[in-house]
Design a protein around this ligand. Structure first.
Ligand SMILES: [Zn+2]
Length: 281
């Protein structure tokens, strides 16, 4: 299992090797949302984030591996890596509720002590439904705390989603990538039209060709997601990349990352595309 202390160890290693390491804020129960940066500090930037859904914590290991490998490469844009944007959720999915002060409440919400399929943060809000993008209008959205799909009391009500949105507004990236699992698919659409749609589709297709993943058009009833917010509020290219074959099932293990190695190079491919497009996605 790739747990938070492993991420902290990787953070130290990356720091030693010259990556800039920091935190974009803290989770509800006080864990830092760890961030690495490689490449140029000025000019166009890319943000790659993983682990926003608790049970998809394997994506944190992938995003850290990207930072470790790409640190040795020359990248034309800066790249920020946020491997685990929901650290409380990951701990909950991996180790259960015992370490949380609200354990009894969490077990009630979850309907038992097995949290391996939990997606939300540690008060039952699905962070990827908590952004200001058609908030609350998604298929399957709910208002009561739950293992998944709860939108929270208002957009960015959660410390984790608020930190991610604040950080993104500050960096003003040209492109974001959100790692999820599973299905080996790429999503990029959220109501954009004209040139923006063409631009984003071209990037999604390039990524799809590179990874051998299916590119899925339309928004499929999505709302309140980080990708949705990046597309509709910031007007930038934002990809959701679902790793791992749909033949596998949750809960995932690190072994499910076998065969996903090409993803390590995706941020570099996207950085090169951004440079070719003159600094935009
Ligand atoms: Zn997900």
């Amino acid at each position: 299992m790739y747990i938070y202390p492993d991420l902290q160890k990787d953070c130290c290693e990356l720091c030693r090797r010259g990556a800039e390491c920091g935190s974009i804020g803290r989770s509800l129960f006080g864990s830092h949302i760890i961030c690495f940066h490689i490449g140029p500090k000025s000019g166009p930037q890319i943000i790659v984030q993983g682990g926003i859904h608790a049970r998809e914590w394997v994506t944190a290991r992938l995003v850290t591996a990207q930072a470790k490998t790409l640190l040795r490469e020359k990248t034309p844009t800066g790249i920020y890596f946020l491997p685990m944007t929901n650290p409380d959720g990951a701990l909950l999915a991996q180790k259960g509720a015992a370490r949380f002060p609200n354990a009894a409440r969490l077990e009630r919400i979850n309907g038992g002590g097995d949290f391996s399929l939990w997606k939300a943060n540690a008060r039952g809000v699905d962070l990827n439904c908590n952004f200001d993008a058609r908030w609350g209008k998604g298929a399957g959205n709910r208002t009561d705390p739950a293992p998944s799909s709860c939108i929270g009391p208002s957009p960015e009500s959660e410390p984790e989603s608020a930190a991610l949105a604040r950080f993104t507004r500050r960096v003003r990236p040209v492109l974001t990538v959100s790692y999820h699992a599973l299905g080996r698919e790429i999503y990029y659409e959220f109501g954009q039209r004209g040139e923006a749609l063409e631009r984003d589709r071209a990037v999604a297709r390039a990524a799809g060709r590179f990874l051998g993943y299916r590119v899925v058009g339309g928004d499929l009833g999505s709302a309140g997601g980080y990708k949705d917010w990046c597309v509709s509020r910031l007007g930038i290219t934002a990809l959701t990349v679902e790793i791992i074959s749909e033949r596998r099932s949750h809960p995932l293990t690190e072994r499910d990352l076998e065969g996903e190695e090409k993803n390590i190079w995706l941020p570099l491919l996207l950085a090169e595309l951004c440079e070719k497009n003159g600094g935009s996605g």
